[in-house]
Every structure is written in C-alpha cells, then in structure tokens.
Design a protein around this ligand. Structure first.
Ligand code: PLP
Length: 387
C-alpha cells in the first residue's frame, strides 16, 4: 500500500498558486541566459492532487518524458549561485554566443530518485555527484554550485515532480543536472556566466535489450579519451565524439562500444557511458582510474559491495586479452545499473560469458538495487531519504 505524503501535493499546490507565481520567487527570473517558461497553464489531463502522472509504468524505457518542473539558477563567473527556483519544464533561452554552444563548456550529471512503499523518496550518494561536478567544473574553468545546494536542488526537483516517480519496482525518476557556460563569449575563453539546471524524466531500462545481456564491440578505430585529456570528466564534449562508433556498432547489431586505452590499445577502459568489470573465479577486476576513465559512483559502490560479499576486488590495468579468460563481464552506471554482458567481439572473434542466475553480476545487481530502493538496509550512509 502506498501512503500519500502530505508534502507533495501541498508543495505542488503552493507552486501552482497564481500569487506565488507572480511573486519574486517564481516568474521574476530575468536575464538573457535563461528565461522561465510562461506562467504554468494547468494541464487538463490531470488534477493537481493526483498521486501519479498518467503514465504506462510498465512500458518505460530510457526516453525523455518531460515532467512538470525544472530547477534553474545562475551566477556570474566566480560568484555563488543564488537560490534556485522551480520553473515549469520548458525551453531555455541562450545567447547565440553562449560558451556552451560555441565551445562546449558544459557538464552533466545523472542520478535516480526511487519511491519507497511508504511514499518516501530515496537518493543514492547524491553528494558524490555534487563532488564530481565540482571537480569537473575546475577542469573546465566553470563555477559550480556547492555540495549542499546541489543535493538540495536534487531533492526539490524530485519532490516537485513526485507524481512522475514510478511506483516501487517500476523504475525511477532520472535526474539530470547540467552546468552550462551560459554567458556570451566570442574569443575562446571561459563564459562570464553559468547556469545550473536540473530536469527529470521517469526511466526504467537503459538498453533496448531490457535486462537481457549486452553484446559489446571492442573499438579500435576510435578513441574515447586520451592521456591528460578530459575522459575522467562528465563534460558534454566527451559524448558527441563517440556517437559515430556507437552508431556503427549498433548498425552491426551490438548494444554498445567498449573502448581501449588510446596509447597501447591493449587495455580496457570503459563503455560509452558506463564502466566495465570482469570476473574470474572469486576475483572481480576493473580498470583503475587513470585520468581517462570516468570515475563512476556505481563502480565505486560495486567495488565496496563486492569486497563486503567476500570477493577479491582489484582495480588495476585490465588487458583486453583477459577477455578470453573471464567467466563474467558486466557494466556499471547510474543509467544501466549493474548490467550483464553476454558477449564481447574483438578483432572479429566473439567470446561469450556466463549470465543469469548464480552469477556474481546478478548478486551485485540485486544488492546495490536493494540498497538504492530501500529494500536492503543501508549500513553505509549512502541513502538520502526525504519527503
Ligand atoms: C556517467 C558515466 C559512467 C557511470 O558513472 P555513474 O556515476 O556510475 O553513473 C561511466 N562512464 C561514463 C563515460 C559516464 O559518462
């Protein structure tokens, strides 16, 4: 049974009250970088009191489903972000000379809010996303929100869109924080103004395979990251360059691309948007963080859970040749969770892996998902509960 929480409808009601909307908190957002959407127009298809949006929760994938509100705040370079506000979800306005549009000065993050049976919402290690954005912002010469503001903004965004958080067991509300160089530049330089924004979309399975095993293709013609580059940063500029390799792999029937290190092409790095692990016997190995690999929060958590469960966990150089010997391979990331890999194709040779019941991958997946959804007790202080 799902208990109706009092905060959610009252927050929504407050936000939708015309007097509130015309007050200085919402609606008086001025500036060229980002404008609020027009005043909310009541959506005739739902009542503000509805506990759930009108969604077929059983057919969720990982596509964008716009929700009611997005969090927006901005600041001048080097200043602190002001209190953000929840605007209606909608287009933002940017100068054509915005740093993000011209020079790719932007970062993204991703985390998920789960709904518990009692109606409370859960976030998983959100301060880790905040820290990663701060570190990334330094590398990209951007101004970042504080850890507290970042986490508070995630909570506000999730609560304001609570009716879009799927029922327990049906998925989660994916939260997508963005940090954008929104101020105008012409010559190459950091933007003079930054926008911090969070939008949300209900999601379930990332890959079209659902929870079926992935078939990966080892890419040798393209690199994802280079030594001393930005591979370890969740900058938007790392992702369009991998689309071509991803498209090519998908057109050949593969699920995604597995990248090797750009120097020797002998060692595993990661998949387009998730980290990789191999398992052999009781040992789990994953490529060590070296500056070219994105330091996933799921990766870090799986390393800890794996050793708690009695496995030997190694962060080290993992040679591509080890793929032929591994019992299991799996991917980790917020979007994919802990996803089994059924096969990897390298230099025209396909190697198949153990998947399904009794695998280490499944044990890790169940454990981390249990913690994230509140069905397994969190003994590590990883969960933030709120309503
Ligand atoms: C986001 C991302 C990951 C996974 O990070 P999580 O914090 O676990 O979601 C891994 N690799 C790349 C390239 C990513 O962008």
């Amino acid at each position: 049974m799902i208990r109706r929480t009092v905060n959610f409808p009252s927050l929504r009601k407050l936000l939708l009250r015309p007097s509130y909307l015309s007050s200085s908190k919402i609606g008086a957002y001025n500036g060229y970088a980002s404008q609020p959407s027009p005043l909310p127009i009541p959506d005739p298809t739902y009542s503000d009191d509805d506990e759930y949006a009108n969604v077929d929760w059983d057919s969720l994938g990982f596509g964008l489903m716009p929700t009611d509100f997005m969090y927006v705040t901005k600041c001048s370079a080097g200043q602190n972000f002001g209190h953000g506000q929840l605007n209606r979800y909608g287009n933002i306005e940017l100068s054509p000379s915005a740093g993000v549009l011209n020079y790719g000065q932007g970062l993204f993050e991703g985390t998920k809010a789960y709904r518990k049976e009692n109606g409370q919402l859960l976030l998983f290690r959100p301060e880790e996303n905040a820290i990663r954005m701060k570190i990334g912002a330094e590398r990209m010469c951007m101004t970042a929100p504080s850890i507290d503001q970042f986490v508070d903004a995630l909570k506000q965004t999730a609560l304001a869109n609570k009716r879009w958080v799927p029922p327990p067991g049906k998925g989660s509300l994916y939260l997508r924080p963005l940090l954008l160089g929104s101020g105008p530049v012409l010559g190459l330089a950091p933007a003079p103004e930054y926008t911090f924004l969070i939008y949300a979309s209900p999601v379930r399975n990332y890959f079209k395979e659902g929870s079926a095993p992935l078939n990966l293709y080892v890419e040798e013609d393209f690199d994802r990251a280079s030594q001393r580059g930005t591979g370890s940063v969740k900058t938007i500029s790392n992702y369009a360059p991998v689309l071509m390799a991803q498209n090519r792999a998908k057109s050949r029937g593969f699920s995604d691309v597995l990248y090797l290190d750009s120097n020797s092409k002998k060692n595993l790095e990661e998949v387009s948007s998730c980290n990789i692990f191999i398992a052999k016997g009781k040992t789990i190995s994953t490529p060590a963080i070296s500056g070219t690999i994105l330091s996933g929060i799921t990766r870090k958590s799986v390393i800890e859970i794996g050793s708690d469960l009695g496995y030997q966990v190694e962060e080290r150089v993992v040679a591509v040749d080890e793929l032929t010997e591994a019992d299991e391979v799996f991917c980790t990331g917020t979007a994919v969770g802990v996803a089994p890999v059924g096969s990897i194709t390298y230099q025209n040779k396909r190697v198949d892996y153990k998947t399904g019941s009794g695998t280490i991958c499944q044990e890790l997946c169940k454990t981390i998902l249990g913690i994230q959804t509140g069905s397994i007790e969190d003994k590590k202080g990883w969960i933030v509960e709120f309503d």
